[in-house]
Write a protein that binds this ligand. Structure first.
Ligand code: UDP
Ligand code: MG
Length: 139
C-alpha cells in the first residue's frame, strides 16, 4: 500500500446522530478512496493508547470518556497527499475556527465532539492505520 493515505475516525457524536453517511459523502466527493473501514467501540485502554500524545493535558480524560462513549468508524483513506488534504477537509480542531464547507464546521458540536479525527503526519498515519488494521483488511 502506498503512503499516500491517511487514517480517520468518525467520532461517537457523529455516529450517534446519523452523520456517518453525510460525512462519507463529503469524503467521497473530495476524491478520497476508502481503503479500509470498520465499526468498533474502543476500550478505555485502546483510546488511551491511541491518544497517548495528549496524556497529561487538561482535556485528556474527557476526550477518552467521549471516544469510548459509543461506536466509531475507523478508516484508511487514499489520495495523493492524503494527510494534508484531509486535514483541510476536516477543518480546524475548534469548529468555531473551521472554514465553511469543512466536515468539522458542518458536523462538530464542540472542540471535543468535533466529528472526525485525521492523522497529522504521514508517520502518524502509518502508525494509526497499523493500530487498527491488519494488512489483509486494506485495499
Ligand atoms: N480536544 C479537546 N479539547 C481541546 C483540544 C482537543 O477535547 O482543547 C480533543 C478534540 O476532540 C481533538 C482531540 O482532542 O480532536 C485531539 O486533539 P488535537 O490537538 O490532536 O486535535 P486534532 O488533531 O484532532 O485536530
Ligand atoms: Mg491530532
Amino acid at each position: 500500500m502506498s503512503t499516500d493515505f491517511t487514517f480517520s475516525i468518525i467520532k461517537p457524536n457523529a455516529v450517534r446522530t446519523g452523520k456517518t453517511g453525510p460525512i462519507l459523502a463529503m469524503i467521497n466527493e473530495a476524491g478520497f478512496e476508502i481503503a479500509a473501514m470498520r465499526m468498533i467501540k474502543m476500550t478505555y485502554a485502546q483510546a488511551e493508547s491511541f491518544y497517548a500524545v495528549h496524556k497529561g493535558k487538561a482535556f485528556f480524560e474527557g476526550l477518552i470518556e467521549f471516544m469510548t462513549s459509543g461506536p466509531v468508524f475507523v478508516m484508511i483513506l487514499k489520495h495523493e497527499n492524503a494527510v494534508e488534504l484531509y486535514r483541510k477537509l476536516m477543518g480546524a480542531t475548534d469548529p468555531a475556527k473551521a472554514e465553511p464547507g469543512t466536515i468539522r464546521k458542518t458536523f462538530a458540536v464542540s472542540v471535543q465532539m468535533n466529528a472526525v479525527h485525521g492523522s497529522d503526519s504521514v508517520e502518524n498515519a502509518i502508525a494509526e492505520a497499523n493500530f487498527f488494521f491488519s494488512g489483509i483488511e486494506r485495499f
